[in-house]
Design a protein around this ligand. Structure first.
Ligand SMILES: [Zn+2]
Length: 174
């Protein structure tokens, strides 16, 4: 069954938050991809690339070690546009059900004394890290999630018709 939604996200109206990007059914098991949008696309500057890379390492390490969630975490990684992250989890929870996890994850960055796995043996670009800026973005986003936890607008994407390219193909960005 084709579960790809026929809508696209209107990026001019996105605010930071936690959004369901897609739900896939693999052998009867649902897995959900979330967009964890950290900045407002095309309005705010995107996340500085070295800080983004450090946040990828620190939060992936947090999620994959969390005793309550590690078994459900399939993937954590940065968006190419540098405005947020993709999180893929087993099951199909509403975005609001994972807000506390993400608050804890981003809040944990302040306690990092170093970026885990940032040595050439473990990382493809070990010079590209910025822990100070990673802490700045992480605090800002954790504070934002805490203040907006009850605001439904941070969980629902503004939708528009999916873009069709000149040769009739549908456009996807992930
Ligand atoms: Zn790396």
């Amino acid at each position: 069954m084709d579960l790809i939604p026929s809508f696209s996200v209107d990026h001019t109206k996105i605010i930071p938050g936690i959004f369901e990007s897609r739900v896939d059914d693999i052998a009867g098991n649902k897995i959900t991809t979330y967009d964890i949008r950290v900045t407002k696309p095309n309005v705010e500057p995107a996340v500085e690339v070295a800080a983004m890379h450090s946040l990828e390492h620190i939060i992936a390490t947090f999620l994959r070690n969390d005793p309550d969630w590690k078994d459900d975490v399939i993937y954590w990684g940065p968006m190419g546009c540098l405005t947020g992250f993709y999180l893929i989890l087993k099951s199909n929870r509403a975005p609001k059900e994972i807000v506390d996890l993400l608050i804890r994850a981003f809040d944990s960055v302040k306690d990092s004394e170093e970026v885990p796995g940032a040595e050439p043996e473990n990382c493809g670009n070990s010079a590209l890290h910025n822990l100070v800026m990673a802490k700045w973005y992480a605090k800002r986003f954790a504070d934002y999630l805490i203040s907006n936890k009850e605001n439904d607008a941070i969980y629902v994407y503004p939708k528009t018709e999916r873009l069709v390219t000149d040769d009739g193909r549908q456009f996807f960005d992930s």
